[in-house]
Design a protein. Structure first.
Lengths: 263, 308
Protein backbone atom coordinates (compact mmCIF):
# COMPACT_ATOMS: atom_id res chain seq x y z
CA UNK A 1 0.00 0.00 0.00
CA UNK A 2 2.84 2.38 0.88
CA UNK A 3 4.52 1.59 -2.43
CA UNK A 4 1.26 2.32 -4.27
CA UNK A 5 0.92 5.64 -2.44
CA UNK A 6 4.50 6.56 -3.29
CA UNK A 7 3.97 5.74 -6.96
CA UNK A 8 0.76 7.78 -6.95
CA UNK A 9 2.54 10.80 -5.42
CA UNK A 10 5.35 10.67 -7.94
CA UNK A 11 2.93 10.05 -10.82
CA UNK A 12 0.60 12.92 -9.87
CA UNK A 13 3.44 15.41 -9.51
CA UNK A 14 5.12 14.54 -12.78
CA UNK A 15 1.86 14.28 -14.72
CA UNK A 16 0.89 17.77 -13.59
CA UNK A 17 4.29 19.31 -14.30
CA UNK A 18 4.67 17.35 -17.54
CA UNK A 19 1.35 18.50 -18.97
CA UNK A 20 2.26 22.11 -18.22
CA UNK A 21 5.72 21.85 -19.73
CA UNK A 22 6.88 23.57 -22.89
CA UNK A 23 7.99 20.18 -24.18
CA UNK A 24 4.41 18.83 -24.06
CA UNK A 25 3.09 21.90 -25.85
CA UNK A 26 5.76 21.58 -28.54
CA UNK A 27 5.12 17.88 -29.13
CA UNK A 28 1.37 18.47 -29.17
CA UNK A 29 1.88 21.12 -31.85
CA UNK A 30 3.99 18.72 -33.95
CA UNK A 31 1.51 15.90 -33.50
CA UNK A 32 -1.10 18.01 -35.26
CA UNK A 33 0.94 18.47 -38.45
CA UNK A 34 -0.83 15.58 -40.27
CA UNK A 35 -4.15 16.93 -38.98
CA UNK A 36 -3.49 20.32 -40.58
CA UNK A 37 -2.42 18.69 -43.85
CA UNK A 38 -5.50 16.47 -43.89
CA UNK A 39 -7.84 19.40 -43.15
CA UNK A 40 -6.36 21.35 -46.07
CA UNK A 41 -6.69 18.34 -48.39
CA UNK A 42 -10.22 17.65 -47.15
CA UNK A 43 -11.28 21.19 -47.99
CA UNK A 44 -9.66 20.83 -51.42
CA UNK A 45 -11.39 17.45 -51.87
CA UNK A 46 -14.79 19.01 -51.10
CA UNK A 47 -14.18 21.98 -53.39
CA UNK A 48 -12.76 19.86 -56.23
CA UNK A 49 -14.48 16.47 -56.15
CA UNK A 50 -13.14 15.63 -59.63
CA UNK A 51 -9.56 15.67 -58.32
CA UNK A 52 -7.85 12.35 -57.53
CA UNK A 53 -6.31 13.44 -54.23
CA UNK A 54 -8.14 11.76 -51.39
CA UNK A 55 -7.74 12.21 -47.65
CA UNK A 56 -8.15 8.46 -47.14
CA UNK A 57 -5.04 7.74 -49.20
CA UNK A 58 -3.26 10.60 -47.57
CA UNK A 59 -4.05 9.27 -44.10
CA UNK A 60 -2.37 5.94 -44.88
CA UNK A 61 0.50 7.54 -46.83
CA UNK A 62 1.28 10.53 -44.63
CA UNK A 63 -0.63 10.10 -41.39
CA UNK A 64 0.40 6.56 -40.56
CA UNK A 65 3.95 7.08 -41.79
CA UNK A 66 4.24 10.20 -39.66
CA UNK A 67 2.93 8.58 -36.50
CA UNK A 68 4.24 5.02 -36.77
CA UNK A 69 7.50 5.65 -38.61
CA UNK A 70 8.62 8.86 -36.92
CA UNK A 71 6.57 10.52 -34.23
CA UNK A 72 5.99 7.61 -31.86
CA UNK A 73 9.72 6.88 -31.84
CA UNK A 74 10.66 10.53 -31.30
CA UNK A 75 8.18 11.22 -28.53
CA UNK A 76 9.12 7.95 -26.82
CA UNK A 77 12.77 8.90 -27.10
CA UNK A 78 12.35 12.34 -25.56
CA UNK A 79 9.88 11.32 -22.88
CA UNK A 80 11.35 7.89 -22.20
CA UNK A 81 14.97 8.89 -21.86
CA UNK A 82 13.99 11.94 -19.82
CA UNK A 83 12.51 9.81 -17.03
CA UNK A 84 15.97 9.55 -15.48
CA UNK A 85 18.24 11.78 -17.56
CA UNK A 86 16.19 14.95 -16.94
CA UNK A 87 16.59 14.43 -13.21
CA UNK A 88 20.33 14.05 -13.64
CA UNK A 89 20.82 16.95 -16.04
CA UNK A 90 18.66 19.29 -13.94
CA UNK A 91 20.21 17.93 -10.74
CA UNK A 92 16.75 17.38 -9.27
CA UNK A 93 17.32 13.67 -8.67
CA UNK A 94 18.62 14.56 -5.21
CA UNK A 95 15.13 15.64 -4.07
CA UNK A 96 13.72 12.26 -5.04
CA UNK A 97 16.51 10.05 -3.74
CA UNK A 98 16.72 11.80 -0.37
CA UNK A 99 13.08 11.16 0.37
CA UNK A 100 11.77 7.91 1.85
CA UNK A 101 10.55 6.66 -1.53
CA UNK A 102 12.09 3.59 -3.18
CA UNK A 103 13.87 4.03 -6.47
CA UNK A 104 11.48 1.56 -8.09
CA UNK A 105 8.52 3.73 -7.07
CA UNK A 106 10.26 6.83 -8.42
CA UNK A 107 10.93 5.19 -11.77
CA UNK A 108 7.52 3.55 -12.11
CA UNK A 109 5.64 6.70 -11.04
CA UNK A 110 7.53 8.88 -13.46
CA UNK A 111 7.30 6.27 -16.22
CA UNK A 112 3.50 6.15 -15.95
CA UNK A 113 3.25 9.97 -15.96
CA UNK A 114 5.47 10.39 -19.01
CA UNK A 115 3.84 7.46 -20.80
CA UNK A 116 0.38 8.96 -20.33
CA UNK A 117 1.52 12.38 -21.56
CA UNK A 118 3.08 10.80 -24.68
CA UNK A 119 0.01 8.65 -25.25
CA UNK A 120 -2.36 11.63 -24.98
CA UNK A 121 -0.29 13.61 -27.49
CA UNK A 122 -0.09 10.73 -29.99
CA UNK A 123 -3.66 9.48 -29.64
CA UNK A 124 -5.27 12.90 -30.00
CA UNK A 125 -3.37 13.53 -33.26
CA UNK A 126 -3.93 10.02 -34.59
CA UNK A 127 -7.62 10.06 -33.72
CA UNK A 128 -8.30 13.40 -35.41
CA UNK A 129 -6.21 12.36 -38.43
CA UNK A 130 -8.38 9.29 -38.80
CA UNK A 131 -11.58 11.21 -38.21
CA UNK A 132 -11.02 13.70 -41.06
CA UNK A 133 -11.12 11.26 -44.02
CA UNK A 134 -13.73 9.06 -42.35
CA UNK A 135 -15.98 11.81 -40.99
CA UNK A 136 -19.16 10.75 -42.85
CA UNK A 137 -19.00 7.10 -41.81
CA UNK A 138 -17.04 7.41 -38.56
CA UNK A 139 -19.64 5.77 -36.34
CA UNK A 140 -19.82 2.67 -38.46
CA UNK A 141 -18.52 -0.39 -36.62
CA UNK A 142 -15.74 -0.98 -39.14
CA UNK A 143 -14.37 2.52 -38.69
CA UNK A 144 -14.62 2.44 -34.93
CA UNK A 145 -12.87 -0.92 -34.86
CA UNK A 146 -10.12 0.38 -37.14
CA UNK A 147 -9.46 3.56 -35.19
CA UNK A 148 -9.30 1.68 -31.90
CA UNK A 149 -6.92 -0.82 -33.49
CA UNK A 150 -4.63 2.02 -34.58
CA UNK A 151 -4.79 3.53 -31.09
CA UNK A 152 -4.04 0.16 -29.48
CA UNK A 153 -1.06 -0.44 -31.75
CA UNK A 154 0.17 3.09 -31.07
CA UNK A 155 0.00 2.45 -27.31
CA UNK A 156 1.92 -0.81 -27.65
CA UNK A 157 4.53 0.88 -29.83
CA UNK A 158 4.93 3.76 -27.36
CA UNK A 159 5.27 1.27 -24.51
CA UNK A 160 8.00 -0.74 -26.27
CA UNK A 161 10.03 2.26 -27.47
CA UNK A 162 9.48 4.08 -24.19
CA UNK A 163 10.83 1.19 -22.12
CA UNK A 164 13.85 0.88 -24.41
CA UNK A 165 14.66 4.57 -24.09
CA UNK A 166 14.20 4.60 -20.31
CA UNK A 167 16.69 1.75 -20.22
CA UNK A 168 19.19 3.66 -22.41
CA UNK A 169 18.63 6.83 -20.35
CA UNK A 170 19.26 4.97 -17.11
CA UNK A 171 22.92 4.33 -17.87
CA UNK A 172 24.02 6.54 -20.78
CA UNK A 173 24.57 10.26 -20.56
CA UNK A 174 23.88 11.11 -24.22
CA UNK A 175 20.80 8.96 -24.45
CA UNK A 176 18.97 11.22 -26.93
CA UNK A 177 21.83 11.07 -29.41
CA UNK A 178 22.06 7.30 -29.11
CA UNK A 179 18.28 7.09 -29.48
CA UNK A 180 18.31 9.15 -32.68
CA UNK A 181 20.99 6.87 -34.12
CA UNK A 182 18.82 3.91 -33.15
CA UNK A 183 15.64 5.34 -34.72
CA UNK A 184 17.10 6.67 -37.95
CA UNK A 185 19.93 4.19 -38.22
CA UNK A 186 19.19 0.76 -36.88
CA UNK A 187 15.39 0.76 -37.09
CA UNK A 188 15.39 2.14 -40.65
CA UNK A 189 18.36 0.34 -42.18
CA UNK A 190 17.59 -3.13 -40.86
CA UNK A 191 14.17 -2.98 -42.57
CA UNK A 192 15.97 -3.36 -45.89
CA UNK A 193 18.26 -6.19 -44.91
CA UNK A 194 17.48 -9.65 -46.28
CA UNK A 195 16.71 -12.61 -44.05
CA UNK A 196 15.07 -12.31 -40.67
CA UNK A 197 17.34 -9.52 -39.40
CA UNK A 198 14.42 -7.10 -39.22
CA UNK A 199 13.04 -9.11 -36.34
CA UNK A 200 15.79 -7.37 -34.39
CA UNK A 201 13.82 -4.13 -34.63
CA UNK A 202 10.79 -2.96 -32.70
CA UNK A 203 9.42 -1.42 -35.92
CA UNK A 204 8.95 -4.85 -37.49
CA UNK A 205 6.56 -5.99 -34.79
CA UNK A 206 4.69 -2.68 -34.73
CA UNK A 207 4.20 -2.73 -38.51
CA UNK A 208 3.16 -6.37 -38.39
CA UNK A 209 0.17 -5.30 -36.32
CA UNK A 210 -1.04 -2.57 -38.67
CA UNK A 211 -4.04 -3.45 -40.84
CA UNK A 212 -2.46 -4.38 -44.20
CA UNK A 213 -5.40 -3.21 -46.34
CA UNK A 214 -4.73 0.39 -45.57
CA UNK A 215 -0.99 0.21 -45.44
CA UNK A 216 -0.53 -1.60 -48.74
CA UNK A 217 -2.28 1.30 -50.45
CA UNK A 218 0.31 3.73 -49.26
CA UNK A 219 3.23 1.34 -49.61
CA UNK A 220 3.91 2.06 -45.96
CA UNK A 221 5.23 -1.32 -44.95
CA UNK A 222 8.37 -2.17 -46.80
CA UNK A 223 8.91 -5.73 -45.74
CA UNK A 224 11.68 -7.87 -47.08
CA UNK A 225 10.29 -10.36 -44.63
CA UNK A 226 6.74 -11.55 -44.14
CA UNK A 227 4.92 -9.82 -41.32
CA UNK A 228 4.97 -11.65 -38.00
CA UNK A 229 1.70 -12.93 -36.59
CA UNK A 230 -0.42 -10.67 -34.37
CA UNK A 231 0.15 -12.91 -31.36
CA UNK A 232 3.92 -13.04 -31.87
CA UNK A 233 4.07 -9.27 -32.36
CA UNK A 234 2.00 -8.43 -29.30
CA UNK A 235 3.88 -10.88 -27.09
CA UNK A 236 7.27 -9.66 -28.36
CA UNK A 237 6.40 -6.01 -27.79
CA UNK A 238 5.07 -6.69 -24.31
CA UNK A 239 8.06 -8.88 -23.46
CA UNK A 240 10.54 -6.23 -24.64
CA UNK A 241 8.71 -3.56 -22.64
CA UNK A 242 8.81 -5.63 -19.49
CA UNK A 243 12.43 -6.60 -20.03
CA UNK A 244 13.67 -3.04 -20.60
CA UNK A 245 11.61 -1.68 -17.71
CA UNK A 246 12.96 -4.32 -15.35
CA UNK A 247 16.51 -3.65 -16.47
CA UNK A 248 15.97 0.10 -16.01
CA UNK A 249 14.75 -0.44 -12.44
CA UNK A 250 17.76 -2.62 -11.65
CA UNK A 251 20.23 -0.09 -13.12
CA UNK A 252 18.52 2.86 -11.44
CA UNK A 253 18.68 1.01 -8.16
CA UNK A 254 22.35 0.01 -8.42
CA UNK A 255 23.92 2.91 -10.28
CA UNK A 256 25.48 5.88 -8.55
CA UNK A 257 24.54 9.10 -10.37
CA UNK A 258 27.03 11.93 -10.01
CA UNK A 259 25.07 15.12 -10.40
CA UNK A 260 27.74 17.77 -10.69
CA UNK A 261 31.37 18.68 -10.34
CA UNK A 262 32.37 17.57 -6.94
CA UNK A 263 34.18 19.50 -4.30
CA UNK B 1 25.50 10.83 23.98
CA UNK B 2 24.49 8.43 21.23
CA UNK B 3 26.32 8.42 17.92
CA UNK B 4 24.11 9.60 15.05
CA UNK B 5 26.61 9.31 12.20
CA UNK B 6 29.61 7.03 12.11
CA UNK B 7 32.07 6.96 9.22
CA UNK B 8 34.94 4.52 9.07
CA UNK B 9 37.88 5.06 6.73
CA UNK B 10 35.63 6.61 4.15
CA UNK B 11 37.32 7.20 0.79
CA UNK B 12 35.88 8.37 -2.48
CA UNK B 13 37.51 9.26 -5.75
CA UNK B 14 36.25 10.22 -9.17
CA UNK B 15 38.54 8.58 -11.67
CA UNK B 16 41.94 9.93 -10.74
CA UNK B 17 40.55 12.78 -8.68
CA UNK B 18 40.43 12.30 -4.94
CA UNK B 19 37.22 13.35 -3.24
CA UNK B 20 37.87 12.29 0.34
CA UNK B 21 40.46 10.01 1.86
CA UNK B 22 40.11 7.75 4.88
CA UNK B 23 37.68 9.90 6.81
CA UNK B 24 36.72 8.42 10.14
CA UNK B 25 34.35 10.40 12.26
CA UNK B 26 31.61 10.06 14.85
CA UNK B 27 28.91 12.66 15.12
CA UNK B 28 26.56 13.09 18.06
CA UNK B 29 23.64 15.47 18.47
CA UNK B 30 24.16 19.22 18.17
CA UNK B 31 25.40 21.51 15.41
CA UNK B 32 28.58 20.52 13.62
CA UNK B 33 30.21 22.97 11.24
CA UNK B 34 31.89 21.26 8.31
CA UNK B 35 34.53 23.66 7.11
CA UNK B 36 36.98 23.72 4.30
CA UNK B 37 37.92 25.63 1.18
CA UNK B 38 36.28 24.87 -2.16
CA UNK B 39 37.37 21.43 -3.34
CA UNK B 40 38.27 20.25 0.15
CA UNK B 41 35.85 17.33 0.04
CA UNK B 42 32.97 18.74 2.10
CA UNK B 43 30.31 18.12 -0.51
CA UNK B 44 31.65 14.67 -1.32
CA UNK B 45 31.35 13.75 2.34
CA UNK B 46 27.82 15.15 2.52
CA UNK B 47 26.81 13.39 -0.69
CA UNK B 48 27.95 10.11 0.81
CA UNK B 49 26.19 10.95 4.07
CA UNK B 50 22.98 11.69 2.15
CA UNK B 51 23.17 8.46 0.16
CA UNK B 52 23.80 10.02 -3.23
CA UNK B 53 27.25 8.54 -3.58
CA UNK B 54 28.71 5.22 -2.60
CA UNK B 55 32.11 5.28 -0.89
CA UNK B 56 34.86 3.40 -2.74
CA UNK B 57 36.32 2.26 0.56
CA UNK B 58 34.97 2.36 4.09
CA UNK B 59 31.46 2.59 5.40
CA UNK B 60 29.07 5.12 6.80
CA UNK B 61 26.15 4.52 9.11
CA UNK B 62 23.44 6.90 10.23
CA UNK B 63 21.25 5.86 13.16
CA UNK B 64 23.16 2.58 12.95
CA UNK B 65 22.04 1.84 9.38
CA UNK B 66 23.82 1.88 6.02
CA UNK B 67 22.85 4.89 3.93
CA UNK B 68 23.12 4.08 0.22
CA UNK B 69 19.85 2.69 -1.19
CA UNK B 70 18.30 2.71 2.28
CA UNK B 71 15.40 4.97 1.37
CA UNK B 72 13.43 4.36 4.58
CA UNK B 73 16.19 6.05 6.55
CA UNK B 74 15.35 9.36 4.88
CA UNK B 75 12.18 9.77 6.90
CA UNK B 76 14.58 10.84 9.69
CA UNK B 77 16.99 12.85 7.54
CA UNK B 78 16.61 16.24 5.90
CA UNK B 79 19.02 17.23 3.18
CA UNK B 80 19.58 20.66 1.66
CA UNK B 81 21.84 20.17 -1.39
CA UNK B 82 24.39 22.65 -2.64
CA UNK B 83 23.11 22.81 -6.22
CA UNK B 84 20.70 25.44 -7.34
CA UNK B 85 18.40 22.89 -8.95
CA UNK B 86 14.63 23.04 -9.20
CA UNK B 87 11.57 21.99 -11.20
CA UNK B 88 10.76 24.88 -13.48
CA UNK B 89 7.05 24.45 -13.95
CA UNK B 90 5.89 24.20 -10.36
CA UNK B 91 5.24 26.68 -7.58
CA UNK B 92 7.10 26.73 -4.27
CA UNK B 93 4.00 25.41 -2.49
CA UNK B 94 3.43 22.59 -4.99
CA UNK B 95 7.03 21.45 -4.66
CA UNK B 96 7.08 21.58 -0.87
CA UNK B 97 3.73 19.79 -0.79
CA UNK B 98 5.14 17.10 -3.09
CA UNK B 99 8.14 16.59 -0.79
CA UNK B 100 5.81 16.47 2.25
CA UNK B 101 3.73 13.78 0.53
CA UNK B 102 6.88 11.83 -0.31
CA UNK B 103 7.58 11.87 3.43
CA UNK B 104 4.23 10.24 4.11
CA UNK B 105 2.06 13.24 4.92
CA UNK B 106 -1.42 13.16 3.44
CA UNK B 107 -4.22 15.62 2.74
CA UNK B 108 -4.56 18.48 5.19
CA UNK B 109 -1.52 17.35 7.19
CA UNK B 110 0.65 17.57 4.09
CA UNK B 111 -0.65 21.06 3.37
CA UNK B 112 -0.05 22.14 6.96
CA UNK B 113 3.50 20.76 6.93
CA UNK B 114 4.28 22.49 3.64
CA UNK B 115 2.76 25.81 4.73
CA UNK B 116 4.60 25.67 8.04
CA UNK B 117 7.97 24.93 6.41
CA UNK B 118 7.52 27.75 3.91
CA UNK B 119 6.54 30.13 6.69
CA UNK B 120 9.66 29.26 8.68
CA UNK B 121 11.89 30.31 5.80
CA UNK B 122 9.83 33.37 4.86
CA UNK B 123 8.35 32.17 1.59
CA UNK B 124 4.66 32.39 2.46
CA UNK B 125 4.06 35.45 0.30
CA UNK B 126 5.72 33.90 -2.73
CA UNK B 127 4.51 30.33 -2.31
CA UNK B 128 2.18 30.36 -5.33
CA UNK B 129 4.76 31.79 -7.72
CA UNK B 130 6.61 29.50 -10.12
CA UNK B 131 10.03 28.50 -8.79
CA UNK B 132 11.55 29.67 -12.09
CA UNK B 133 10.58 33.23 -11.12
CA UNK B 134 12.32 33.00 -7.72
CA UNK B 135 15.60 34.75 -6.93
CA UNK B 136 18.63 32.68 -5.90
CA UNK B 137 17.95 33.48 -2.23
CA UNK B 138 14.32 32.41 -2.53
CA UNK B 139 15.29 29.15 -4.19
CA UNK B 140 17.78 28.56 -1.39
CA UNK B 141 15.05 29.15 1.18
CA UNK B 142 12.82 26.72 -0.70
CA UNK B 143 15.50 24.03 -0.52
CA UNK B 144 15.70 24.64 3.22
CA UNK B 145 11.92 24.42 3.50
CA UNK B 146 11.87 21.04 1.74
CA UNK B 147 14.64 19.76 3.99
CA UNK B 148 12.71 20.60 7.17
CA UNK B 149 9.15 19.90 6.00
CA UNK B 150 9.07 16.50 7.73
CA UNK B 151 10.73 17.71 10.95
CA UNK B 152 13.78 15.44 10.60
CA UNK B 153 15.98 14.29 13.46
CA UNK B 154 19.14 14.75 11.43
CA UNK B 155 19.70 17.70 9.09
CA UNK B 156 22.44 17.85 6.49
CA UNK B 157 22.81 21.37 5.15
CA UNK B 158 25.27 22.01 2.33
CA UNK B 159 26.00 25.75 2.08
CA UNK B 160 22.52 26.60 3.41
CA UNK B 161 22.93 30.37 3.55
CA UNK B 162 24.18 30.86 0.00
CA UNK B 163 22.42 33.82 -1.64
CA UNK B 164 20.21 34.57 1.35
CA UNK B 165 19.82 38.19 2.45
CA UNK B 166 21.47 39.24 5.75
CA UNK B 167 18.22 39.55 7.72
CA UNK B 168 17.11 36.05 6.81
CA UNK B 169 20.61 34.70 7.39
CA UNK B 170 20.25 35.68 11.02
CA UNK B 171 16.75 34.17 11.20
CA UNK B 172 17.87 30.91 9.60
CA UNK B 173 20.87 30.68 11.92
CA UNK B 174 18.42 31.10 14.81
CA UNK B 175 16.20 28.40 13.33
CA UNK B 176 19.16 26.01 13.09
CA UNK B 177 20.07 26.76 16.71
CA UNK B 178 16.47 26.07 17.67
CA UNK B 179 16.74 22.63 16.05
CA UNK B 180 19.81 22.02 18.18
CA UNK B 181 17.92 22.96 21.32
CA UNK B 182 15.32 20.34 20.38
CA UNK B 183 18.05 17.68 20.52
CA UNK B 184 18.46 17.30 16.77
CA UNK B 185 21.70 16.73 14.92
CA UNK B 186 22.78 19.19 12.25
CA UNK B 187 25.78 19.20 9.94
CA UNK B 188 26.30 22.55 8.26
CA UNK B 189 28.84 22.87 5.51
CA UNK B 190 30.25 26.24 4.58
CA UNK B 191 33.40 27.91 3.42
CA UNK B 192 32.26 31.16 5.01
CA UNK B 193 33.65 30.82 8.48
CA UNK B 194 31.75 33.57 10.32
CA UNK B 195 28.49 31.90 9.27
CA UNK B 196 29.50 28.70 10.98
CA UNK B 197 30.96 30.55 13.92
CA UNK B 198 27.57 32.16 14.46
CA UNK B 199 25.98 28.74 14.77
CA UNK B 200 28.48 26.60 16.62
CA UNK B 201 31.92 26.24 18.13
CA UNK B 202 31.93 22.59 17.23
CA UNK B 203 33.69 22.23 13.90
CA UNK B 204 35.13 19.66 11.55
CA UNK B 205 37.93 21.09 9.46
CA UNK B 206 38.41 19.31 6.17
CA UNK B 207 41.16 19.94 3.65
CA UNK B 208 42.41 17.99 0.64
CA UNK B 209 39.95 15.22 1.37
CA UNK B 210 41.09 14.64 4.94
CA UNK B 211 39.87 15.75 8.34
CA UNK B 212 42.42 18.17 9.78
CA UNK B 213 40.75 18.75 13.11
CA UNK B 214 37.49 18.16 14.88
CA UNK B 215 36.03 19.55 18.07
CA UNK B 216 35.63 22.81 19.92
CA UNK B 217 37.28 25.68 18.12
CA UNK B 218 38.99 26.99 21.29
CA UNK B 219 40.35 23.57 22.13
CA UNK B 220 41.68 23.13 18.62
CA UNK B 221 43.27 26.56 18.84
CA UNK B 222 45.00 25.67 22.11
CA UNK B 223 46.50 22.59 20.50
CA UNK B 224 48.18 24.59 17.77
CA UNK B 225 51.42 25.26 19.60
CA UNK B 226 53.33 26.26 16.48
CA UNK B 227 51.37 29.52 16.42
CA UNK B 228 51.43 31.55 19.67
CA UNK B 229 48.24 33.20 20.83
CA UNK B 230 47.91 36.85 20.00
CA UNK B 231 46.17 38.94 22.67
CA UNK B 232 45.39 42.58 22.31
CA UNK B 233 44.86 44.78 25.36
CA UNK B 234 43.57 48.33 25.00
CA UNK B 235 43.81 50.65 28.01
CA UNK B 236 45.38 53.91 29.16
CA UNK B 237 48.25 52.06 30.89
CA UNK B 238 49.14 49.60 28.17
CA UNK B 239 52.87 50.25 28.54
CA UNK B 240 52.64 49.43 32.25
CA UNK B 241 51.08 46.07 31.46
CA UNK B 242 53.83 45.43 28.93
CA UNK B 243 56.46 46.36 31.48
CA UNK B 244 55.07 43.96 34.09
CA UNK B 245 54.83 41.11 31.64
CA UNK B 246 57.94 41.39 29.55
CA UNK B 247 60.00 39.06 31.74
CA UNK B 248 57.38 36.31 32.02
CA UNK B 249 58.22 32.91 30.51
CA UNK B 250 54.95 32.68 28.65
CA UNK B 251 55.34 36.02 26.85
CA UNK B 252 57.17 35.62 23.58
CA UNK B 253 57.09 39.20 22.28
CA UNK B 254 55.21 42.47 22.40
CA UNK B 255 54.04 45.01 19.94
CA UNK B 256 52.79 48.54 20.68
CA UNK B 257 50.15 50.57 18.94
CA UNK B 258 50.40 53.80 20.94
CA UNK B 259 47.87 55.68 18.89
CA UNK B 260 45.21 53.22 19.92
CA UNK B 261 46.60 52.72 23.47
CA UNK B 262 47.06 49.11 22.56
CA UNK B 263 49.62 46.42 23.26
CA UNK B 264 49.59 43.12 21.37
CA UNK B 265 51.21 40.27 23.27
CA UNK B 266 52.20 36.92 21.82
CA UNK B 267 52.02 34.15 24.39
CA UNK B 268 52.50 30.41 24.36
CA UNK B 269 50.31 29.86 27.43
CA UNK B 270 46.94 31.55 27.46
CA UNK B 271 45.95 30.42 30.95
CA UNK B 272 49.08 31.74 32.68
CA UNK B 273 48.90 34.89 30.62
CA UNK B 274 45.35 35.69 31.65
CA UNK B 275 46.04 34.88 35.32
CA UNK B 276 48.93 37.30 35.27
CA UNK B 277 47.01 39.94 33.33
CA UNK B 278 44.12 39.88 35.78
CA UNK B 279 46.52 40.34 38.71
CA UNK B 280 48.22 43.31 37.05
CA UNK B 281 44.85 44.92 36.24
CA UNK B 282 43.61 44.57 39.82
CA UNK B 283 46.88 45.53 41.51
CA UNK B 284 47.32 48.65 39.42
CA UNK B 285 43.67 49.62 39.17
CA UNK B 286 43.76 49.76 35.37
CA UNK B 287 40.67 50.69 33.35
CA UNK B 288 40.49 48.25 30.48
CA UNK B 289 38.85 49.35 27.24
CA UNK B 290 39.08 46.06 25.41
CA UNK B 291 40.76 42.64 25.49
CA UNK B 292 40.58 40.64 22.29
CA UNK B 293 42.25 37.63 20.70
CA UNK B 294 42.67 38.50 17.00
CA UNK B 295 43.72 34.97 16.07
CA UNK B 296 41.39 33.06 18.34
CA UNK B 297 38.76 32.82 15.68
CA UNK B 298 37.87 30.19 13.19
CA UNK B 299 39.58 31.90 10.29
CA UNK B 300 42.91 32.06 12.08
CA UNK B 301 42.69 28.47 13.25
CA UNK B 302 41.77 27.38 9.78
CA UNK B 303 44.63 29.34 8.20
CA UNK B 304 47.12 27.89 10.67
CA UNK B 305 45.92 24.35 10.10
CA UNK B 306 46.08 24.43 6.34
CA UNK B 307 49.36 26.35 6.44
CA UNK B 308 48.22 29.57 4.82
Amino acid sequence: MIIKKDIRNIFTFFLKTGLRSKRAKLFFFFSLIPVVILIIVKIYEILHPENKISTLNLFSDVGLTFYFQLFIQLISLFYGSSVISDEIENKTLVYLTTSPVSKSSILIGKFIANFIISAIIILVGLFISYLIPNFSNFFELKCLKEVFTFCGIALLAILAYFSLFIFIGSFLKKSVLIGIVFIFGWESVVQFLPGSAQKLTIAHFVKSLLPTGLTQKGGFLMFQLKASSYAESVITLLFLSLLFLTLSIIIFHKKEYILSDTN
Amino acid sequence: MSIILKAEKLSKWYGNVLGISEISIEITSGIHGLLGPNGAGKSTFLKIASGQLKPNIGRIKIFGEDVFNNYKLFSKIGFCPEYDSYYKEVTGLEFTLFVAKCHGFEGVKAEQAAESALKRVGLTENKVKLISSYSLGMRQKLKLATSIVHDPEFLILDEPLKGIDPIWRVKIIEMIKEFESQGKTIIVSSHILPEVEAMTNNVILIHQGKIFAQGDIQEIRDLIDTHPHKISVKCDKHRLIANKMINSDFVLNLQFKDRENEVIINTNNRENFFDSLMRIIVDNNINIQEITSPDDNLQAVFDYLIGR
